[in-house]
Write a protein that binds this ligand. Structure first.
Ligand SMILES: [Zn+2]
Length: 242
């Protein structure tokens, strides 16, 4: 996971969400009312806008905000709507997630319960890197806090529960990104602007965008940059990606 800046919805969509939320809050059974309104497919244009904004927030190629592997496809309620009907139609409670993370892993897990805290990468002031350490030799996430540990377990980010190969894939992404960064710098140094742009597009579209964030942080710290391939830190210093 990596930090994701939450964008603002257009005023009309915010107003429409507030209208639905007010109706839910005023209902005799808000939890049942929220479930019913959600199941009925609420306000199509508003939710088209919500999906479009969430996917744009998730990166140049849409990525599940939790596992960062799949493109996603579902609006996740960070605080589940049955336990938290007061947040069922609140923009800040929506994240972009894949079916695995949303429907199979997280389901009704309530991060609002004491001890159940999860990382919300879009929450103001939250940096997932403070909760998760990425091991550069294995690609595994190590929880640095309870939030981090819970997130690894709930979303099976290391694949220990389901046998997925996410850790190995993150490690390979780390290797691939370093090669591409050097390749891009070589191209730009040789005046090959197109080659540089292509390399950047591949770099920014890679799965597990947290790995790129991690790499960029490492490269800026001379002591930690020693784990990177030779030339990577210099390439980034000469030709920053952003
Ligand atoms: Zn996912």
């Amino acid at each position: 996971m990596r930090r994701i800046e939450r964008r603002a919805l257009p005023a009309w969509a915010t107003k429409e969400l507030r209208r639905i939320q007010d109706a839910v809050t005023a209902a005799a059974d808000p939890a049942a009312d929220a479930e019913r309104r959600w199941a009925n497919g609420p306000a199509p244009t508003t939710f088209q806008e919500i999906r479009a904004t969430l996917t744009a927030m998730s990166g140049p190629i849409p990525r599940c905000m939790y596992c960062e592997h799949n493109e996603g496809g579902a609006i996740d309620h960070f605080y589940p709507k049955r336990a938290h009907p007061s947040r069922a139609f609140v923009w800040e409670n929506y994240l972009w997630a894949c079916a695995n993370c949303n429907s199979n892993f997280k389901r009704a897990y309530d991060p609002g319960l004491p001890g159940n805290e999860l990382i919300n990468p879009t929450e103001e002031g939250v940096d997932p890197a403070e909760h998760l350490l990425l091991a550069p030799t294995t690609g595994r996430f190590v929880g640095r806090t309870l939030r981090g540990e819970n997130s690894v377990a709930v979303f099976d980010l290391n694949g220990d529960r389901t046998g997925r190969t996410f850790a190995r894939q993150r490690l390979n992404t780390l290797r691939k990104l370093q090669r591409l960064i050097v390749e891009r710098a070589d191209a730009l140094r040789a005046g090959d602007v197109r080659g540089g742009e292509e390399a950047l597009e591949i770099i920014e579209g890679e799965p597990f965008p947290c790995v790129l964030e991690y790499l960029l942080t490492l490269a800026q710290d001379p002591e930690r940059a020693v784990v990177l391939r030779p030339g990577v830190a210099d390439a980034l210093a000469a030709y920053p990606l952003r």
